[in-house]
Write a protein that binds this ligand. Structure first.
Ligand SMILES: [Zn+2]
Length: 440
């Protein structure tokens, strides 16, 4: 079975340097599974309408909200995404004690998309997602489509609050986030839950996974099939929680990008950021030089805004974040079509496949080539930081003044210019790295 990894983090306003909620996600997937972006408009639906996920048909909501998702090219759902109401969600694969179900269920990434489509706040999205999980289930199930299925955990955030959801089949638990934390491929909600699915305790007790007593139910103890103190997921979770806790009060979007690009193995969780690339080690995942192993396919850092002073800024990158560029995106504008390109086979018009090639080239001699690539991105990344928040402020003013089409034009133009610039530079960089590789 291919490795399943991912990391999701959130820092509430009390722990960040700008006082706003900041969310982050690394989506780790098979090394050559393209993961472009997609934007879907707000839609109203007639009574009785249905929505078809890959395996199930569900009643449609009366309205689905505009959103942007990061989508494995074949998938109905997303690894992470954000909607017009600043609800942002990321998921993780978990390994529960439940055997594979024989009936089709929802895929974890589909539940994420349904949360974005139907939630105006984090708490509303959590209610939508948990009710779908109870009714339709998720987790490991047999299917002939070859879709890899697993139990899931999520962080669901908005500018004011955030929640962790962990699941096993049709059962789930919710924990309200205080401060800052990270989750990974390991159950983490123990007795500190704020809400539990109705059958969670009894279901576990009937299977001998939990002894009913006066003790508060421990979801992670009851349902986790894997060690919660050893293994890559446990190490990455300790690492992200430690890095965030050390920086409490000063966490910024840049801090989150550094955490997503970190290569510490978690053995010494409080060591400084580790930037030297080691395949299959760290929160930033690279395949080894044979292309085997999982890798980070896409990342998101969402810098939300609770006080109406600017629009939220969604920093998105393709492939491994430590060799990439985070582009500032705005859901109020039109996503550059360039960023939606890419499918099963490599194509030069897809930025995702360009970054894939760049990563493969660097992994031939990571010690020499990674620093070259990072040096080349730095000026553009700095420039984007210098302009994105100004654009976010102007965009907000235009929206508040009722000048929606001017706002859309500003944001669409800004994103398109940056996407084109990124594409030109990654292409030039591929040539430069190829030349350096020959010289090395
Ligand atoms: Zn990396």
């Amino acid at each position: 079975m291919p490795p399943q990894s991912c990391d999701t983090m959130v820092a509430l306003g009390a722990t960040t340097s700008n006082g706003q909620t900041i969310f982050a996600k690394n989506s780790d997937r098979p090394a050559d599974e393209c993961q472009p972006l997609v934007q879907r408009e707000r839609q109203e639906h007639r009574p009785g309408a249905v929505t078809r996920t890959q395996f199930l048909t569900l009643p449609q909501a009366s309205v689905t909200y505009r959103h942007i998702g990061s989508r494995p090219y074949w998938c109905w759902g997303y690894e992470h995404g954000f909607n017009e109401h600043q609800v942002v969600i990321g998921n993780e694969a978990l390994h529960s004690k439940l055997p594979a179900a024989s009936q089709p269920k929802l895929v974890g990434m589909e539940i994420l998309r349904l949360g974005l489509e139907r939630g105006r706040t984090a708490s509303e999205a959590v209610a939508v997602m948990t009710s779908l999980i109870s009714e339709y289930g998720q987790g490991l199930f047999a299917n002939e489509a070859g879709v890899r299925t697993y139990d899931n955990s999520y962080i669901v955030a908005d500018p004011h609050e955030a929640f962790v959801i962990e699941t096993a089949g049709h059962e789930w638990v919710i924990k309200r986030v205080t401060g800052a934390l990270g989750i990974s491929n390991v159950y983490s909600v123990e007795t500190d839950w704020s809400e539990l699915s109705r059958g969670a305790e009894q279901f576990a007790a009937e299977r001998g996974w939990w002894q009913e007593s006066n003790e508060r139910f421990n979801f992670a103890d009851a349902y986790s099939a894997a060690s919660r103190s050893e293994g890559s997921g446990a190490m990455r979770r300790v690492r992200s929680c430690t890095l965030l806790s050390q920086r409490r009060g000063e966490i910024s979007a840049r801090t989150m990008m550094a955490v997503l690009g970190d290569h510490g193995d978690g053995v010494v969780p409080d060591e400084p950021f580790m930037t030297a690339i080691r395949a299959s080690t760290g929160i930033c995942r690279h395949p080894d030089d044979t292309g085997a192993g999982g890798c980070t396919a896409a990342s998101l850092v969402a810098d939300l805004c609770a006080d109406g002073s600017r629009l939220p800024v969604y920093w998105c990158s393709f492939y491994t974040p430590c060799l990439g560029l985070f582009l500032p995106l705005f859901s109020e504008g039109e996503l550059p079509p360039l960023l939606t390109r890419g499918g099963a086979t490599p194509s030069d018009d897809s930025p995702w496949w360009r970054f894939y090639r760049l990563n493969r080239a660097v992994m031939g001699a990571p010690d020499e080539l990674a620093s070259l690539v990072r040096q080349r991105w730095q000026p553009l990344q700095d420039e984007l930081f210098a302009t994105a928040y100004e654009v976010a402020g102007r965009g907000r003013q235009l929206v508040d003044a009722g000048q929606q089409s001017e706002a859309k034009e500003l944001l669409t133009g800004y994103m398109a210019k940056n996407a084109t610039s990124m594409m030109a530079r990654v292409t030039a960089l591929l040539d430069e790295v190829a030349e350096e590789s020959v010289l090395a």
